[in-house]
Design a binder for this molecule. Structure first.
Ligand code: RBF
Ligand code: MG
Length: 309
């Protein structure tokens, strides 16, 4: 896949998608698959047009949290078979371009779009004035084909990144999984913990969350921990700031693996932690003893969860 920062002038006809593509989820994946299928049927190349930074990050003047890193999204596009990804700088000129000019000058003039594939909620051009209806209208005038893809629904509402982020922030990780098409996860290199959990005969593995990625609601979860040798362990994981033992607001993701020899040290290995079920909120306990009494019951609940799974 070719990745471009500048908008190229393409000679051959292309199938083009425009959209935010700010996360890997069922809605975006189905749209991209449709784009690639369409390009193959038409014997054209597929091209995704996006903005970098995301317009919502630009307008809020900070990098908001997203479901995936840009690198993860790029890998997914590559895997789906997108030929070309344009990450155009979101600047004054593009921002103030009318929707009609955007189609005429960029999509047709530069990208030579013969087919445009996009979601029914597409919005483009100045202030987001352009929508699916306008694309259909302009396709007659300029002679390109527009294919509008219906949004995928879950529990009666359409799937979107913001809805999935909300579910994660509410601890509704099963809903998030259904909308993502995979279990939400965090990953990282195992860092040194305090060793306190080990004293209580509950060794744990700690990672820091990936910057920029959404953190699920602080609390305790049934999880799967996948190690770099592709072994999967049932685990119980705390996400949060550990108010019982810490003063800071540094967020930590700490997992106790259910069936793992306690002398196995994962230090510096890369792990993935997949969130399967929210058990309870993170709390401040009066003593380490009461914290670990609670953790023992979290472990029992987690064992039950996996028995019934
Ligand atoms: N720390 C807290 O301060 N409050 C909690 O509710 C809490 N729950 C936890 C649940 C599990 C399953 C695990 C593995 C850890 C939890 N911790 C919690 C973190 C705990 O403070 C930490 O394991 C030890 O202090 C050692 O770093
Ligand atoms: Mg979207």
């Amino acid at each position: 896949m070719e990745i471009l920062k500048e908008i190229p002038k393409l000679k051959n006809k292309n199938c083009v998608s425009i959209g935010k593509f700010d996360g890997v989820h069922l809605g975006h994946v189905s749209l991209l698959e449709e784009l690639v299928l369409n390009s193959e049927l038409n014997d054209m190349e597929s091209c995704v047009f996006t903005f970098d930074p995301y317009p919502e990050d630009f307008f809020s003047k900070k990098e908001l949290l997203h479901l995936n890193t840009k690198g993860e999204i790029i890998s997914e596009m590559e895997e789906i078979g997108v030929d070309r990804l344009i990450r155009a700088k979101f600047d004054e000129k593009l921002m103030n371009m009318s929707a009609r000019d955007f189609v005429k000058n960029i999509l047709i003039g530069k990208l030579n779009a013969a087919v445009i594939v996009c979601g029914s909620d597409v919005s483009f051009g100045k202030g987001g004035e352009g929508d699916a209806a306008l694309l259909l209208k302009l396709s007659e005038e300029f002679g390109f084909e527009t294919q509008i893809i219906d949004k995928i629904e879950y529990k009666g509402e359409s799937i979107s990144s913001s809805r999935i982020i909300k579910a994660l922030e509410d601890g509704k990780v099963e809903d998030a999984s259904e909308m993502l098409g995979y279990d939400y996860y965090h990953y990282g290199k195992v860092i040194k913990g305090k060793g306190l959990a080990r004293q209580f005969d509950m060794p744990t593995v700690n990672i820091n969350p990936v910057p920029g990625r959404v953190i699920p609601r602080h609390g305790v979860y049934c999880t799967i921990v996948e190690t770099s040798d592709h072994k999967e362990y049932k685990a119980v994981t705390n996400v949060g700031i550990r108010p019982t033992v810490n003063d800071g607001d540094n967020i930590n993701i700490e997992s106790h693996l259910l069936d793992c020899p306690s002398d196995r040290d994962f230090y510096e290995e890369r792990i993935n932690v997949y969130f399967l079920r929210f058990l309870r909120d993170e709390k401040r306990f009066d003593s380490n003893e009461s914290l670990f009494t609670q953790i023992r019951s979290d472990i029992i609940e987690t064992e039950r969860f996996f028995e019934h799974k």
